[in-house]
Design a binder for this molecule. Structure first.
Ligand SMILES: Nc1nc2c(c(=O)[nH]1)N[C@H]1C(S)=C(S)[C@@H](COP(=O)(O)O)O[C@H]1N2
Ligand SMILES: [Mo]
Length: 453
């Protein structure tokens, strides 16, 4: 791909939907900073209209309007467009090539087999993460599996052990569902002090997709589960042999054997040709490159359930099987590394809220470090165990601000502060399951920085 000047200088300002044209960000012509955002939707929108572009004041007729707006006839209006090739797989335009996953810039990782890549949440539109920027977590790199050779086995405490080819599996009825996926290690670098500069680094082990697959309950029905079978072990075919035990109740409720993601077959990075998908639970339970399902009496207490994925408690013990990803939210715009260019005025605060235990029912936003909270708007659709986008219209007065969001889910659970979490758990070093309220500081210059701790 050809590099252009536009690609080279990524504009991190907000206030305009465009990344490549700093000139398009205009200071609002008239914004009544005294009026609270609740002053009425219509009047706020009317004022908001002044932000969309420069008012073409004094421009009387069509020609002068065009002149004032420099509406010349550009090259692309005078030439033929690119013809459609016989077949292709479309890629984003080169001006958007800054929309990429990145490896951690907080940890110094000497290898990239057991590694993470973070999703650029601050650039995501809507609630669905494109497959090319879906976060990755591999314990032994990305396996490349030939679907013709791959087999899935169901055995253990079942009447009829079963083996499936991929085309066998595709003949079953399937379902498609929107769900987020979050690594239990998401945000673990930023408990007591700000180590990450961007929301991609602090929260980017989070993504959301529409998953297509066969409910595992249907396959287990066919295998005939022995009443003694209360847990299910899932094993991956990658070199790490990643393994987790899941209680039968959860398996029967909503676990999928997924082969589709956002309209296409899984990407290799996400477990092609099949993975388990365990809605709302820590990412490591969604075993990729799935090859074996064993019905057992109790949990296996494998490495991923003893040495890993356990949480230190204040009494010196370690908590096992903390698999639900509890209600959490974060502001993605404005967020760390951005600048409120254009000075005081209107900015839309946006972010994500999600819960592994149900739907998001409420999100509040603070502008003053938690003293006052105001209700944000939840954007439809609001779905179970799925990212929900919230929006809040902010009239920045130009002073320093400390912004954060706080979500509530359908069980009534309210996202805690780090202090709340520290009362129940031992927060030492890099601890998993950080769903604490996450603040960003906005300076008078409009610079946004990580303000955790
Ligand atoms: N077979 C296998 N499955 C796996 C892993 C792995 O390394 N191997 N990593 C787990 C972890 S820790 C997470 S967070 C999720 C990440 O899924 P993703 O890479 O599709 O985002 O996959 C899980 N499933
Ligand atoms: Mo993970």
């Amino acid at each position: 791909m050809a590099k252009t000047d536009n690609m080279a200088k990524e504009d991190k300002s907000i206030g305009s939907g465009w990344h490549f044209s700093p000139d398009a960000i205009h200071k609002p012509a008239e914004v009544d900073t005294a009026a609270p955002p609740s002053a009425g939707r219509r009047s706020f929108l009317r004022k908001g209209a002044a932000m969309a572009g420069v008012a073409l004041a004094g421009a009387g007729g069509g020609a002068s309007v065009a002149q004032a707006a420099k509406l010349t006839v550009p090259e692309w209006s005078r030439t033929m467009g690119k013809p459609i090739p016989p077949t292709d797989y479309g890629m984003p335009i080169e001006y958007e090539s800054h929309y990429v996953r990145t490896r951690s810039d907080v940890f110094v990782n000497r290898q990239n087999y057991s590694d993470w890549s973070m999703s650029p949440l601050q650039k995501q539109q809507g609630i669905v993460t494109p497959n090319g920027v879906f976060f990755e977590r591999h314990h032994n790199g990305t396996a490349k599996i030939d679907p013709e050779q791959h087999r899935l086995v169901i055995h253990g405490l079942v009447k009829r052990p079963l083996v499936f080819t991929m085309s066998d599996l595709m003949r079953y009825p399937s379902v498609s569902k929107f769900h987020f996926m979050e690594c239990s290690g998401n945000t673990l670098t930023d408990w007591r002090e700000p180590r990450s500069t961007t929301v991609q680094q602090s929260h980017g082990l989070l993504s959301c997709a529409q998953w297509t697959g066969v409910p595992l309950a249907w396959l287990l029905d066919e295998a005939g589960v022995d009443p003694k079978g209360k847990w299910v072990m899932l094993e991956g075919a990658d070199g790490s042999g990643h393994l987790r035990s899941i209680p039968m109740e959860k398996i029967m409720d909503d676990v999928l054997i997924a082969f589709g993601q956002n309209g296409e077959m899984l990407r290799a990075e996400q477990g092609y040709p099949i993975r388990a998908f365990v809605p709302g639970w820590e990412g490591n339970t969604s075993v990729k490159w799935l090859r074996r399902i064993k019905v057992v009496e109790g949990p296996a207490h494998v490495r991923g359930e003893t040495a890993r994925y356990t949480d230190p408690m204040p009494d010196g013990k370690w908590r096992q099987f903390s698999m639900e990803m509890e209600c959490k939210s974060v502001i993605t715009s404005p967020s760390g590394g951005m600048t409120l260019r254009g000075g005081p005025g209107f900015y839309e605060i946006q972010g994500f809220a999600w819960s592994g235990n149900g739907k998001i029912t409420h999100v509040d936003v603070t502008l003053d470090g938690g003293r006052n909270w105001r209700e944000a708007t939840l954007e439809e659709p609001v779905m179970d165990k799925c990212l929900t986008r919230f929006r809040y219209r902010w009239n920045w007065d130009g002073g320093p601000a400390r912004i954060a969001s706080r979500a509530k889910d359908s069980t009534g659970y309210v996202q805690p502060t780090v202090e709340d979490l520290a009362r129940e758990r031992e927060i030492v070093g890099f601890v998993q399951h950080h769903n604490g309220i996450y603040p960003w500081a906005v300076s008078q210059q409009g610079e946004v920085t990580n303000a955790i701790g």
